[in-house]
Design a protein around this ligand. Structure first.
Ligand code: ATP
Length: 360
């Protein structure tokens, strides 16, 4: 491919931004080749992008063609990389990326957010696992409508995750009976979690979402250290008291070298199901304050809405029930921003040093 042609195509690709990815253009992630006298372009996106692939390819093709370039084909591919965890060099077989979702405070909607983010990722074309690490109070088996199901064995030591709404789920709630008391000490909890992770038959999972236990005590700290996590998300409500705990959550993840991919502000505005009137019951601007102070992104804001609670508690979360609803679109945007931030983190990481072998 001649230098002049390459430069011309590059300049045109630079003018086309990638939806959802601020500050990036197609030129940053494109490969080019020439076949005969026609240009071939391949754009690799490292986040779930099934919904935007076709429109982006047409945009690139028409931009090039309208500028006199002979186009042989434009391909946009989803190529989700495994981002090397910063907190450890170990990894889990069959899993590319682990993302921990935590909250400083209990009851802020961490599990609801985790399950809907996981469903949104699957809806957008990723292979997704969900691990309910809330060993004392698991809820994902209920939120995904599979309470009472037991995982099957895979070989002598492994278990198959339970399939629910397109996700692969493993939850303590599917392994113990409702009335089994969980009187475990911290080290046992992190041991149990590691066992769940290692002994589950994960296959080709792009993202394994871990719904962390609430809080930032020793258990959470040990868990964060024990698991090879590529990135984390903090869920908070906007009021000051929750934000104080969210700060502790951010500090905890930073302490164990896990990048914070962003904050989700849950229950930010109450929408009346009768008249649609909106009211900021828990105050305003909480997520923004936190984001400014800690230089993290607010990935999105969810309203406090009756159907989120009803649907999720009934085992049919909004993203599974009605993937095109306003609320589902917010979850989708959060999931996109989260994975885009993870991808960017990988792109920004310095390349691994080359190893050279000398004879002496
Ligand atoms: N945006 C929302 N609108 C309405 N209800 C919500 C919303 N988010 C969560 N809820 C409801 O709030 C309750 C607590 O949510 P959830 O279990 O997700 O919180 P949690 O932070 O994981 O709790 P825990 O600390 O017990 O693990 C649930 O009944 C859930 O349906």
């Amino acid at each position: 491919m001649s230098d002049a042609l390459r430069q011309q195509v590059s300049a045109l690709l630079e003018s086309i931004s990638i939806p959802h990815v601020a500050g990036f253009s197609c030129a940053d992630v494109a490969e080019m080749a020439v076949e005969g006298d026609k240009v071939l372009v391949r754009i690799s996106l490292g986040f779930p992008c099934e919904g935007i692939k076709q429109a982006l390819a047409s945009n690139v093709e028409s931009t090039l063609a309208s500028n006199g370039i002979q186009v042989g084909g434009v391909e946009v591919v989803q190529d989700i990389p495994a981002i090397v965890p910063k907190n450890t060099s170990s990894s889990i077989g069959g899993v590319k990326n682990i993302i921990a979702i935590g909250s400083g405070k209990g009851g802020v909607g961490k599990s609801t957010t985790s399950v809907n983010i996981a469903l949104a990722l699957a809806h957008m074309g990723a292979k997704v696992g969900l691990l309910d690490a809330d060993i004392y109070g698991p809820s994902q088996h209920q939120m995904l409508g599979v309470a009472g199901k037991r995982p099957e064995m895979y070989g002598p030591n492994m278990i198959e995750p339970i399939k629910a709404h397109g996700l692969s789920l493993i939850s303590m709630g599917n392994l113990v009976t409702e009335d089994t008391p969980m009187i475990w000490r911290g080290p046992m909890v992190s041991g149990a979690l590691q066992q769940l992770l290692q002994n589950t038959h994960w296959v080709d999972v792009d993202y394994l979402i871990i719904d962390m236990p609430p809080g930032t005590g020793d258990i959470q700290l040990t868990l964060s250290q024990a698991v090879p996590v590529s990135g984390s998300v903090i869920v908070t409500t906007p009021q000051d008291i929750a934000l104080l705990d969210a700060v502790k959550g951010i500090e905890m993840f930073r302490k164990v070298n896990i990048p914070v991919l962003g904050v989700v502000e849950n229950m930010s505005v109450h929408t009346c199901s009768n008249c649609g009137h909106q009211e900021a019951i828990f105050g305003e601007e909480g997520g923004n304050k936190l984001a400014k102070q800690y230089d993290v992104n607010v990935l999105g804001r969810l309203p406090l809405q009756l159907d989120i609670r009803e649907q999720t508690d009934q085992g049919k979360p909004p993203v599974a029930t009605n993937p095109e609803s306003d609320v589902s679109l917010i979850y989708r945007e959060i999931a996109t921003q989260m994975t885009v931030n993870l991808w960017r983190q990988g792109l920004a990481a310095p390349a691994a040093p080359e190893i050279s072998f000398s004879d002496d």
